[in-house]
Design a protein around this ligand. Structure first.
Ligand SMILES: [Zn+2]
Length: 617
């Protein structure tokens, strides 16, 4: 999202009217590069005590956020980020104080300035969340799998934590937290912290996250949630009706963890559990420490989509341990993690599987490069999100271009040497905000070691600071896709669908098959495929999504009711945006898209609904 800058600028500098104009320190200014109002670099929050109640009736969270802070620069104010929060009372070291909150700016919210003295270390803010809270999704009972109790989950990345609680909402600052959360009877609350394994009859849950994390990793889910262990440090949280299936699907977590530790060093966060969220969860997964939040669309029944868990697990090193200092450096989180994910999958499956992942990822990256334009500044690894919402940086570029760049390093340097460097990198920057420049400097020192010819050969600066794709990009040629392509060509010529040899195909082979078919495809061929493989009623959401794209392009109306059902039940952005994008290409499609959106909207996360609404305008 690009904010309307001319209007926002007016609100940029707001002097606090109740204070002396000479009080230059008391200027609440949005830092457009760091996307924060807070003065975290002068007065730094260290620890949060969060004492709140979750109110499903009024759809808000109310209580007290008590922050312990360090006033390194002897500032007279501590400034927080807030978004649609109602502030009721503020105490500093136990005494009531007057505070000031700026008017709200789109995307960024309001700055909250609180006077402090040099001796103060604690501020308590009594507040409640608002109806526009972008971090919160409230589901009615009918929107859950069990249909008995309502459900709440949060999604704070990138700058949505400020709509959950007043905080210094920048990835460069890390905090520990303790929380006491009250929820209605019969529900369980879980957080990115040490979690309960049983429901409490009194509905009060207590949490500790004693390892410092950035605010975007604060997470909460509340609902009819139960726990099932997989081994002594991993298990699954989800609604009771999904528990057995989800636990069976994710039974490889211990093997993944073993593979991850061999590559990244010891896992430092204690338990590793997965919350399988309700269908409207807006993204694939979120690497909340100790408790990955994951979409139920990965539960395909054959473990074919669990690489998403390997991805979120890998974030325990790249992202949660070594964190991008600014959102411009997002590729440090996502590129390293996508690479790391494939190394984990290589260990628990085999190279032929991972080659397919690399190739599909390459296709995703190419698709974005084409859409954005090879000369677009947003196709650089280090982007410039100054004066833009950090959400603008989330494309396949930081993920897939970032990952192939790391793969190029590994292939050029050699796996053994590269793995040593990667391990040292995680150790050196553990718990520190890390910039692209920190990372490149460490490559110079410990990977290239003065070998400028090697560095130039890799074209490091081109990869990181220039748009498009350098000519030395590695690409896989999956042997399993050779068979797929042969079958596809046969089908395009005259072979009937029932005569194709597809017996051992996994999700990846089907994706390759569907993606490479001509768009549009003739009505006869669509019918033949559907009657043979039943794509329209597929319960594998990756395959269904790819099929529906082909259906829209081919105007295969038979599939439209099922597609509408899919678009209403599933909230994952990755599926929704391309489908709506495909529909709006024609006038007829656009009116269908609008009609579906009107029905489906209540099931979508506010961030997703907003994005699609813009697409449909
Ligand atoms: Zn990720």
């Amino acid at each position: 999202m690009q904010i309307n800058w001319t209007i926002s600028c007016l609100a940029f500098l707001i002097f606090i009217s109740s204070c002396k104009p000479s009080d230059s320190e008391n200027v609440i200014e949005l830092n457009p590069k760091m996307h924060t109002f807070s003065n975290y670099d002068k007065v730094t929050t260290k620890h949060l005590d969060w004492d709140v109640n979750v109110d499903f009736k009024h759809k808000n969270i109310a209580g007290i956020a008590t922050w312990t802070f360090e006033n390194k620069s002897k500032s007279k104010y501590i400034i927080f980020d807030t978004y649609d929060l109602t502030i009721k009372k503020i105490k500093v070291n136990g005494k009531d104080v007057q505070y000031f909150q700026t008017p709200m700016i789109d995307d960024y919210g309001s700055g909250l300035s609180i006077p402090i003295t040099e001796k103060d270390t604690i501020v308590s803010i009594e507040y409640n969340t608002g109806q526009k809270a972008t971090a919160l999704q409230w589901l009615s009972a009918t929107q859950t799998a069990g249909k008995v109790l309502p459900y709440l989950f949060t999604q704070c990345e990138s700058i949505h934590a400020r709509s959950l609680l007043p905080c210094q909402d920048v990835p460069a600052n890390r905090i520990t937290y303790h929380a006491v959360v009250g929820v209605p009877n019969g529900m369980m609350a879980v957080m990115s912290a040490k979690n309960p394994t049983m429901k409490n009859p009194d509905g009060i849950y207590e949490f500790d996250m004693e390892i410092p994390v950035p605010t975007y990793l604060i997470a909460l889910a509340v609902g009819d949630i139960e726990y099932k262990a997989i081994d002594n440090r991993s298990g699954v949280y989800t609604e009771p009706s999904m528990l057995a299936k989800a636990t069976a699907e994710l039974s490889d977590i211990p093997a993944m963890m073993k593979a991850a530790e061999e590559l990244g060093g010891p896992y430092r966060w204690g338990n590793y559990d997965v919350l399988v969220a309700p269908p409207s969860f807006p993204i694939g997964g979120m690497e909340n420490p100790r408790l990955t939040f994951a979409t139920p669309t990965i539960i395909a029944g054959d473990k074919s989509l669990v690489s998403l868990i390997a991805h979120e697990m890998a974030h325990s090193w790249s992202g949660n341990l070594v964190t991008n200092a600014t959102w411009d450096d997002l590729w440090l989180n996502e590129g390293f993690t996508t690479y790391f994910e494939r190394r984990i999958m290589e260990k628990i499956t085999d190279k032929s599987y991972v080659d397919m992942q690399w190739e599909l990822g390459y296709q995703d990256m190419q698709s974005d490069l084409t859409t954005m334009g090879m000369d677009s500044a947003d196709t650089r690894l280090k982007v410039n999100l100054n004066k833009r919402h950090p959400g603008d940086g989330f494309s396949n570029i930081p993920y897939e271009k970032g990952a192939v760049f790391i793969r190029l390093l590994e292939e050029t340097i050699g796996r053994k040497q590269f793995d040593i460097w990667l391990n040292n990198y995680f150790n050196k920057f553990a718990f520190k905000p890390t910039t692209t420049e920190d990372c490149l400097k460490f490559m110079d020192e410990e990977l290239f070691k003065g070998d400028t010819a090697l560095k130039n050969n890799i074209q490091v600066n081109r990869w990181v600071y220039e748009p498009g794709l350098p000519d030395n990009c590695p690409r896989s040629n999956p042997t399993r896709f050779i068979e797929v392509d042969k079958n596809r060509t046969n089908f395009e010529q005259q072979t009937a669908a029932r005569n194709l040899i597809t017996k051992n195909w996994t999700t990846h082979e089907w994706l390759q098959f569907l993606r490479k078919l001509p768009h549009p495809l003739t009505a006869d061929k669509m019918k033949d495929l559907d009657e043979t493989f039943h794509f329209t009623v597929s319960t594998n959401s990756e395959i269904a999504d790819e099929w529906y794209k082909l259906c829209i392009a081919s105007n295969y109306e038979v599939a439209f009711p099922a597609m509408e059902q899919f678009l209403t039940n599933v909230g994952r952005k990755k599926f929704l945006e391309p489908l709506y994008g495909e529909m709006i290409k024609t006038e007829k499609g656009k009116s269908m898209a609008k009609a579906i959106f009107e029905k489906a909207k209540p099931n979508y996360h506010p961030q997703t609904a907003e994005k699609i609404e813009k697409m449909l305008k």
